[in-house]
Design a binder for this molecule. Structure first.
Ligand code: FES
Ligand SMILES: [Fe+2]
Length: 417
């Protein structure tokens, strides 16, 4: 009988060839899933939600990441707080997953009661001399970047989140996401590893064949193409697009809207990329006809022609447009299951059926997300087949995937794997 030993994780990392997708085990193994949670979800900054999900004192939302559960809430002083969802008595979960409204945080087990700032205020039958002051709920460090909440569960948080903050604070200000509301939310569980989910999101190589709805407003050329493979006519069109792109970017920037690409994707801890993209066709929004879905624009926006400010991180992607925003958060559930939580934001005063039509608002990204879920499941099935061997990324349209895979290996190594 043949004895088989799984190779150590470090040799899987060593086996990754430059310019190629990852060795199978990195997408399929349970020990890699645990290591990924440890490195990328416990020790890096991750995007978990929005200030506008908890607009009033007492609003709370619970987010589960692996074995960890955190509560994002607004306290009585109207400050955002993020605390661990673990009772300081014997550890019971205080709140269930999802959104809720509370006046205090009461543990269901023995009714220890915490104020909204996390301080323990009531602990029955613990005696007069019991010191409550050292039993507050554990705080989680977080950063609100233009209303997007990032948390870091490590004691030593990566400092280069500052670059993301500096770049996005100004870019996001006009959208005033703090005064937006979630018009719709959809959870999709993809049957694939979270890295396949992120890889799929980082290229538009697959867009023209798979995303008819998105391609009305999205220009896949923006994410790279092989100039040799274009027909003379297509090349002419591409050149016209890039000339228009350069001109628009210049005009947007002259009007005070930073638009140029900023990316921090290699040799860094906090991985992100942003760019203001042109919206094709009617040029307003990612809808079926590229016109705005909401007549009430976001925040202080007065124009619909400011394109799509896209932002991605290692567990999120976002699109900010004049009339609405779409934000997606990614949480691994197991080696081959990943939660993709998508939210559609509109101005907080926008009224459904009056200012916006929910179908028009959500259609493109509901379809696109479902199509992507199918592609990710297809990839997972393939990488789990013994016939899989890492294949070459296109140097034109999958450069971002090579960056991501390289960053992934570097970060794993930096954390001792
Ligand atoms: S475990 Fe929460 S009150 Fe006892
Ligand atoms: Fe896609």
């Amino acid at each position: 009988m043949l004895n088989r030993f799984a190779s150590p994780l470090s040799s899987l990392l060593d086996a990754r060839a430059d310019g190629h997708s990852l060795p199978a085990g990195l997408y399929t193994r349970d020990d890699v899933f645990e290591a990924d949670l440890d490195v990328f979800f416990m020790r890096h900054w991750i995007y978990v939600g929005l200030e506008c999900e908890v607009p009033e004192a007492g609003d709370a939302v619970v987010i589960d990441i692996g074995k960890i559960s955190v509560i994002l809430l607004r306290d009585d002083e109207n400050e955002i707080r993020v605390v661990r969802n673990v009772c300081r008595h014997r550890g019971a979960r205080i709140l269930d997953a999802g959104p809720t409204v509370v006046s205090k945080l009461v543990c269901p087990y023995h009714q220890w009661t915490y104020e909204l700032d996390g301080a323990l205020s009531y602990a029955p039958h613990m005696g007069k001399d019991f010191d409550k002051s050292c039993r507050s709920l554990k705080p989680v460090q977080f950063k609100s970047i233009g209303g997007l909440i990032y948390i870091c569960l490590a004691d030593e948080a990566p400092k280069d989140i500052e670059t993301l903050d500096e770049v996005m604070r100004e870019r996001l200000a006009p959208y005033d996401l703090r005064n937006a509301k979630v018009a719709h939310q959809v959870d999709v569980i993809e049957e694939g590893n979270w890295k396949l989910t992120m890889e799929n999101n980082r290229e538009c190589y697959h867009c023209s064949a798979n995303h008819p709805e998105l391609c009305v407003s999205f220009v896949d050329l923006d994410f790279g193409f092989d100039p040799e493979s274009l027909s003379a006519e297509d090349r002419e069109q591409a050149e016209a697009h890039f000339a228009m792109y350069a001109e628009r970017t210049k005009a947007w920037e002259a009007d005070g809207f930073p638009s140029a690409t900023v990316e921090q994707v290699r040799d860094c801890e906090t991985n992100f990329r942003t760019q203001r993209l042109i919206i094709a066709g009617a040029g307003e929004s990612q809808t079926e006809d590229a016109t705005a879905a909401s007549s009430k624009l976001l925040g202080k926006m007065t124009r619909k022609d400011l394109g799509d400010t896209h932002l991605w991180g290692h567990n999120s992607w976002n699109h900010f447009m004049g009339d609405h925003a779409v934000t997606a958060m990614v949480i691994p559930l197991s080696a081959d299951k990943t939660l993709v939580r998508t939210k559609w934001l509109v101005h907080k005063d926008a009224v459904e059926g009056v200012d916006y039509d929910l179908h028009k608002l959500t259609h493109v990204w509901i379809e696109t997300t479902n199509q992507d879920a199918d592609l990710v499941a297809r990839s997972q099935a393939g990488v789990s087949d013994p016939a899989y061997e890492p294949g070459p990324y296109s140097r034109f349209s999958e450069r971002a995937l090579d960056d991501f895979a390289t960053w992934y290996i570097d970060r794993m190594r930096a954390h001792g794997y």
